[in-house]
Every structure is written in structure tokens, then in C-alpha cells.
Design a protein around this ligand. Structure first.
Ligand code: NDP
Length: 471
């Protein structure tokens, strides 16, 4: 099976037109019309979508329909809306530059010390998964440390130093949006040029011959500057995910300033999303084995997405609650908290089960029993045959992506905390459902190519993707 898969390995074109053999990883090597149309749609409209949501909160109290109705009925026009939009300011540029530079500094210059004193935490120098070209990259995992230091300084300022107001992020939210866009486009464009002119690993590139697709989905698999500055690890985790909890704290501070108190809904959103963010950093080493790092190339999708889409759209609930301070009844608050915690539990345990299983090569217990697995094999681009196993015990026996199901339950909880007044805070669950369903299909397509018949045996053993009996 493995040699057959090598024989059938897809060909990709290098910039000089020569065909290169690629392994069965990563993004597509041929662009179909639907993918190309989606890419062009996103390149054109994703920045506009982000602007629309943020503008709707700023000018229309988070109503998504009023701007459209106003324009349709002539009560407003695009020029009016644009004229009312705060422009980029020198203060925002300074803040953003300081913020990103500080995160670069924490990432590049401060080796991890958390793993020395936090029991169970795995940080410091860690290895990623094997790349299509057969390379195993090393990473300095120090995200938890960066998160702790950043938040320590935030609270130090808020309670003792008072160098700046904790509402600073909210107060500069739109000017900062322009800065985030500049960085997002700059890094994606740089990554594209780098992919052609000075790639980190020549063998780990993919070219489709379509400029837009290459720009969006990336050329290089693991672009780096120097030995350690890894674009994917840096941009995925910081500045976006470290910022996530700070942004929420700033929104809570704004509620306090405006209304004299922080609502239970705002506390719920802050707490549930902080658990998710902390989980991400606590498990950053595990994250090296996820699709983002193991399979996606670095292009606009990750570069711009991490700088703009994530910090601006994943935080819509907190932003909404500044404009609409929702007070939840105790039963509702408890119900939402439980939904969020159960979702988190499923998400975490499912991810943990796979990680434990793969790390110990199946020599572990899942739900108190020796795990059942399907043996599989595949071949990398260098022609080497590898062996792997697919777990069919624990949550991996319930559905093929039950970790996504838990993630979706948690996402729904954040949205429900905002009550039923507007659609805007529900964008997150709609988006996550589309993202994770698409991701699930994309991953399964890749796994089917990678493992062939062995993957068919797995899908026969675990027939559902997300919801047993339904999908
Ligand atoms: P997974 O962690 O589910 O990884 C999928 C990979 O795991 C597959 O490609 C395959 O890789 C391997 N695999 C699949 N089935 C099995 C099995 N039965 N046993 C062992 N290994 C298996 O996916 P992601 O990387 O997408 O997600 C990681 C987490 O991140 C998820 O919990 C997801 O919810 C979350 N996430 C959150 C996002 C957000 O924006 N909030 C975005 C994306 C993800 P291999 O080739 O090694 O066999």
C-alpha cells in the first residue's frame, strides 16, 4: 500500500516549472474552481467583513441589519459611514508596534523557564512533527511564559502603576484594526516573497501555479527567520491569542467605566475564553502536532487571519457586551457555565487521549482500558515508509472529530452569554461550525490520501464525524 501511495504521489510544480514529488500532506497541489473562487472571495471580502462587524458596533450599537437598511433607504451612504470611522492614529501605531515588539522579544529572547517549576507542563525546546520532506523542526515553546508575563504586567498596571487605562484597547479598537491589517498583509506578502527567493526549506514548498491560491494558502510549510523564529508558531499564538484575554479584560474595564459594574455575562465570557486561551498555552507543545502546524502552509490565511480575524472576530462577545450589558438570571448563567465547561472537558480530554496514545505508542490506558487502534502506514516524499496508528477507543471511538464537537459546545456557550438581542455575538458559533466542519472534511480528505485503505478501515469502525448518529 505504501509503495503504491508513493507511486501515485501528486506532483507539484516548482517555480522553474520542474515537477517535484510531494508527500500526501498539506494544502492542495491543484486548485479547483470552487477553491479558487473561495480564495478570491475571502481575499476580497474577509477584511470588509471584519470592518463591517466592528463598524456596526461602533456606529449602530452592534446591529448587523441597520447599516444595510439605512443604506438601502437612503438614510446613510457608504461615504457617511466611512467618514465616521476613526482613522489610524499615531497613538495606535505606537501601541501596536510596542505590543508586537514586546511579543517578539518574549518569543525570541526569553527561553522557557515555566517547565522548570510547573509540574506537568511541557515547554522549552520541543520537536514538531515530521514534514513532507522528512525534516523534524525544533521549537522553543514559551507561550505560557509570554502569556503570564504579559498578564502580570497588565494587572500590575491596572492596580498599581496606572501608566495607561485598562480600557486602552477598547478606546483604540478601530485605529488598532488598521495597524493589525498592515501587519497581516505585510507578513503574508513577505512570506510569499520569501517562499520564492529565500525559503527555509526548498523541499517543503508547494506551488500551484495560481498566484492568489499561493498567496492565500502559502508556499512555505515552515518559514523561519534564523534558527528559531518560526512564523507559524509566533503568529498563531502571539500576538493574536495572548491578546485575546487582554482584549476581553479591556472590554470588562470599559463596562466598569460606563456602567459602574461588570455584568455576569461579561465575567462568563472572560472566564470561559480565558480557560480556552490558557489551555492553548498550557498545551502549546501538543499544538505542534495539530493541523495548523503539521499541515497548513503559511500564507495570508494564517498571517492575516492571526493578526486580524482572530483578535477582532473571536472577541465579538466581549465587545457586544460593552454596548449591551446583558444581565443573566442565575439559572441561565449556571446553564451557560456548565455548557462551556462540559464542552471544554470534551475538547480537552479528546485531544489529550490522542496525544497520550500517540506519545506512548498505545502503551497507555484510555478510560481505564488498553486502547484499541488501527495500524496504518504511509510514505513520505523521500520514499521512506512510516507506520502510524489510529485510535478507536475513548472519545475517538464515539466520533472521528469529537474534539471539534466539544469546541463547538464551548463556542456556543460564549454566544449564549450575550442573550438573544442581536445576531452579531452569534457570529462566532456560526463561523466555528463552518470552520470546523470544513476542517473536518479537509482533514479526512488528507488522511484518506495519506492512509488509503487503512483510513477506510478506520471510518468503518467509527462511522460518524462530529455527532454520533447524525453527521
Ligand atoms: P486534530 O487534533 O483532530 O488532528 C487531526 C489529525 O489527527 C489527523 O490529521 C491525523 O493526523 C490524526 N488523527 C485523526 N484521527 C486519529 C485517530 N483516531 N487517532 C490518532 N490520530 C488521529 O485536529 P486539529 O489539529 O484541527 O485540531 C486540534 C484542536 O484545535 C481541536 O480540538 C480543534 O477543536 C481546535 N481548533 C480550534 C480552532 C479555533 O480557531 N478555535 C481552529 C482549529 C482547531 P496524522 O496524519 O498524524 O495521522
Amino acid at each position: 500500500m505504501a509503495s503504491k501511495s508513493q507511486h501515485n504521489a501528486p506532483k507539484t510544480k516548482s517555480p522553474n516549472g520542474k515537477a517535484e514529488s510531494q508527500g500526501q500532506w498539506g494544502r492542495a497541489w491543484e486548485v479547483d474552481w470552487f477553491s479558487l473562487a473561495s480564495v478570491i472571495f475571502l481575499l476580497l471580502f474577509a477584511p470588509f467583513i471584519v470592518y463591517y462587524f466592528i463598524m456596526a458596533c461602533d456606529q449602530y450599537s452592534c446591529s448587523l441589519t441597520t447599516p444595510v437598511v439605512d443604506i438601502a433607504t437612503g438614510r446613510a451612504n457608504l461615504a457617511d459611514i466611512w467618514a465616521k470611522t476613526p482613522p489610524v492614529t499615531a497613538k495606535a501605531v505606537q501601541l501596536y508596534t510596542l505590543w508586537v515588539s514586546f511579543q517578539v522579544l518574549l518569543y525570541s529572547w526569553l527561553p522557557d523557564f515555566c517547565h522548570r517549576f510547573l509540574p506537568g507542563y511541557v515547554g522549552g525546546v520541543q520537536e514538531g512533527a515530521i514534514t513532507p520532506a522528512g525534516i523534524v523542526n525544533k521549537y522553543e515553546v514559551n507561550g505560557l511564559q509570554a502569556w503570564l508575563i504579559t498578564h502580570f504586567l497588565w494587572f500590575l498596571n491596572a492596580y498599581f502603576l496606572s501608566w495607561f487605562s485598562p480600557t486602552i484597547i477598547f478606546d483604540n479598537w478601530i485605529p488598532l484594526l488598521w495597524c493589525a491589517n498592515i501587519l497581516g498583509y505585510a507578513v503574508s506578502t513577505f512570506a510569499m516573497i520569501k517562499g520564492y527567493l529565500f525559503p527555509t526549506s526548498v523541499e517543503d514548498r508547494k506551488f500551484t501555479g495560481n498566484f492568489f491560491y499561493n498567496y492565500m494558502m502559502g508556499i512555505e510549510f515552515n518559514p523561519r527567520i534564523g534558527k528559531w523564529f518560526d512564523f507559524k508558531l509566533f503568529f498563531n499564538g502571539r500576538p493574536g491569542i495572548v491578546a485575546w484575554t487582554l482584549i476581553n479584560l479591556s472590554f470588562a474595564a470599559k463596562q466598569q467605566e460606563l456602567y459602574g459594574h461588570v455584568t455576569n455575562s461579561m465575567i462568563l465570557v472572560n472566564v470561559l475564553q480565558a480557560i480556552y486561551v490558557l489551555d492553548f498555552f498550557w498545551n502549546e507543545t501538543w499544538y505542534l502536532k495539530t493541523i495548523d502546524i503539521c499541515h497548513d502552509h503559511f500564507g495570508w490565511y494564517l498571517g492575516w487571519g492571526d493578526c486580524v480575524w482572530l483578535p477582532y472576530l473571536y472577541t465579538l462577545q466581549g465587545l457586544y457586551l460593552v454596548y449591551h450589558p446583558v444581565h443573566l438570571s442565575t439559572p441561565n448563567a449556571v446553564g451557560i457555565l456548565l455548557l462551556g465547561l462540559v464542552g471544554y472537558y470534551i475538547f480537552r480530554i479528546t485531544n489529550h487521549q490522542k496525544d497520550l496514545f500517540r506519545r506512548t505508542d498505545g502503551r497507555c490506558l484510555i478510560w481505564g482500558k488498553k486502547p484499541k487502534a488501527i495500524e496504518c502506514s504511509y510514505t513520505s516524499a523521500d520514499g521512506q515508509k512510516h507506520h502510524s496508528k489510529l485510535l478507536v477507543s475513548g472519545f475517538w471511538g464515539v466520533a472521528r472529530h469529537f474534539n471539534y464537537t466539544g469546541d463547538l459546545m464551548g463556542s456556543l456557550a460564549y454566544c449564549l452569554a450575550c442573550g438573544g438581542g442581536h445576531l452579531l455575538p452569534y457570529f462566532y458559533i456560526i463561523y466555528m461550525t463552518i470552520l470546523l466542519t470544513h476542517r473536518c472534511l479537509r482533514d479526512e480528505h488528507r488522511c484518506a490520501n495519506k492512509y488509503g485503505r487503512d483510513w477506510e478501515r478506520y471510518t468503518a469502525a467509527v462511522p460518524y464525524r462530529l455527532l454520533p448518529g447524525i453527521f
